[in-house]
Design a binder for this molecule. Structure first.
Ligand code: ATP
Ligand code: MG
Length: 573
């Protein structure tokens, strides 16, 4: 490719809208451009990278026995009503009507469509197991699209769906997909960890996420230093070992004027935040009339509610919904900053760590006041103890082996055992050997193909730009001709080398713009071309070309005649 005939679109300045390094570099290197919030065009350089990622994903999916299909983005709403997800999925599901007022959705995922296909096409148990995949555009109307293609609204996903006669067969394919994912992310040069995961809106009963370790990640993953336990923090269970202190003086009221937070109350009372109870009001599950009760969740003041674990407690809204300030004032008689379990007239859930507190402080359910020396049982007779908080650095591992450590991760893939959730709801059945019709067991397996690229850049860059893992480079070699217009020999040498490398199928970006050398160099390094060859009048006079390794920065002179072999050797290394 000649730069003069290409759309390079690099930017010198850092775009102000980009908060993370990968977003900045993807804009600066001319990989993507935003056209609306969370919706991007892939420019030529970005698309070259995207195609490389797709190729690796396809190769490994095919090798694992999956078969490629292509399903529509626009899906009839009826299918979503059949599965029961039309109402459940919420505002992330983009809904639209055609000119005849038929209702459709833009596919955020494809369980419904594939199950509709499977129930028509799979007629006999002999066709099972079957694993179908596609690489295709998804649309999710994310509440907070950000970080470029890391959390877009329109994005590319590889999604696969497997069908089985029984659970044992599902387990086999799940393991095959787990192994294929490990190969894919290894080939893509990513530092990743598979972790136990929540199944969220997709559903099912067993799941792993593949997390790329990076500070820009939106997920927190935890792992033990004493075993191979690793999980998304959403799933990590807490283990408490301490004992409650002995019950002390009677509970009494203390004025805490103007205190709205745990820290403010702790300071006013001369306590540490971990001696103050944090009381949050959430909504219970809705009944058939849409009505729900208000429930109090109590935690140690310095700890955080885990909304995913709380949402799984029986009777709570799931996804967890918080009560509004108006609901709280009407039900409790005080504002959110003064709440506590003493005298609370609803269900009270107490986190396992908060259950170990004694002689603690909490809101008095009266604005401007807290209670001190509060004790469970004596002052709060009715409560349920459950696992509500996030684990913290140094906590015991739930398997009892070692302690937990926390890291940030970018979720690049997830595998799920769905069981019969969709096949039952949508009547995707096969006959077993006794002629009885049974719903097929299903698994589903996603990779965020576009997100993978952002994740790779988070892990591989320096102050000059992107350093691609070998498998993702947009071009293998950059040829920079210095002042070819002034020196015909430079022009000729560059043309010759370009023709030879291209003939070998090597992907070359030949910078023939006659720009300042600094500009051409900065562009090659910014977009992360691993091998940079400079052709200048001086070295050419010595029969040499200058080579620079993008990653190490090391330069060396190579004889003109040896350059092609030199590059071939570098590409094989
Ligand atoms: P997240 O928790 O990040 O919202 P998810 O768990 O909802 O993602 P899945 O339904 O598991 O996503 O989708 C499979 C893969 O698609 C994810 O592992 C992720 O890599 C990718 N993905 C999901 N949402 C987005 C998005 N908004 N933008 C880019 N990639 C996404
Ligand atoms: Mg996921």
């Amino acid at each position: 490719m000649r730069t003069s005939r290409y759309l390079l679109s690099t930017l010198k300045e850092n775009p102000t809208e980009a908060a993370v390094i990968s977003h900045r570099l993807m804009l600066r290197a001319g990989l993507i451009r935003q056209i609306a919030s969370g919706i991007y065009t892939w420019l030529p350089t970005g698309l070259r990278v995207l195609h490389k990622v797709e190729r690796i994903v396809r190769e490994e999916m095919n090798r694992a026995g999956a078969i490629e299909v292509s399903m529509p983005v626009v899906q009839p709403s009826e299918l979503w009503k059949e599965s029961g997800r039309y109402d459940k999925y919420g505002p992330e599901l983009c809904r639209l009507k055609d000119r005849k007022q038929n209702e459709f959705v833009l596919g955020p995922t494809h369980e419904e469509v594939i199950t509709a296909i499977a129930r028509r096409e799979i007629k006999s148990a002999r066709q099972l197991p079957l694993n179908l995949y596609q690489i295709q555009t998804k649309f999710r109307d994310e509440i907070r699209p950000r970080f470029g293609v890391m959390r877009g609204r329109e994005f590319l996903m590889k999604d696969a769906y497997s069908f089985h006669i029984d659970h044992a067969s599902l387990e086999q394919t799940y393991q095959d997909m787990y192994d294929a994912y490990s190969r894919i992310f290894t080939r893509l040069g990513l530092d990743f960890r598979p972790v136990e995961a929540d199944t969220g809106a997709i559903g099912g009963n067993h799941s792993h996420e593949f997390q790329v370790l990076a500070d820009a990640g939106e997920d927190t993953i935890v792992f033990s230093d004493g075993s191979d336990y690793a999980a998304n923090i959403e799933m990590a269970e807490t283990i408490e070992v301490g004992e409650r202190p002995a019950v002390g003086a009677a509970c009494s009221k203390a004025a805490t004027p103007g205190c709205h937070t745990v820290d403010e109350a702790a300071q006013a009372l001369g306590l540490d935040a971990n001696q103050v109870l944090k009381s949050l009001i959430v909504r219970g599950e809705r009944d058939e009339n849409g009505k729900y009760e208000l429930i109090m969740c109590c935690l140690k003041g310095n700890q955080e509610l885990n909304e995913v674990k709380a949402g799984k407690v029986k009777g709570l809204s799931n996804p967890l919904e918080f009560a509004t300030d108006e609901e709280i004032s009407a039900f409790c008689g005080s504002h959110p900053g003064s709440l506590g379990p003493v005298g609370f007239k609803g269900r009270i859930l107490v986190d396992r760590a908060a259950d170990k507190m004694g002689n603690f402080a909490c809101g008095a359910n009266e604005d401007g006041y807290h209670l001190i020396n509060v004790n469970w049982d004596r002052d709060v007779p009715h409560y349920e103890v459950c696992d509500l908080r996030n684990v913290e650095e140094g906590d015991l591992s739930p398997d009892g082996k070692g302690h937990l450590h926390l890291r940030k991760g970018i979720e690049v893939g997830q595998v799920f055992m769905l069981g019969t959730k969709y096949s039952q709801a949508m009547n995707a059945v096969v006959m077993d050997e006794n002629g009885k019709s049974i719903p097929m067991e299903m698994g589903c397996y996603g990779i965020g193909v576009t997100r993978v690229i952002a994740a790779a850049i988070e892990q591989h860059h320096d102050e000059r730009g992107i350093i691609w893992p070998k498998s993702m480079t947009p071009f293998d070699v950059s040829i920079i001709a210095i002042k070819p217009g002034r020196c015909p020999a430079v022009h000729q040498a560059a043309e010759d080398l370009y023709a030879k490398l291209e003939a070998l199928g090597i992907e070359v970006l030949y910078d023939d713009r006659d720009e300042r050398p600094g500009v051409m160099f900065a562009d090659a390094e910014l977009i992360g071309i691993p091998h940079i060859i400079t052709i200048g009048e001086k070295s050419l006079a010595n029969g040499e070309l200058e080579y620079k390794d993008r990653r190490t920065g090391i330069k060396e002179n190579v004889a003109i005649a040896d350059m092609v072999a030199f590059i071939q050797q570098k590409l094989q290394a």
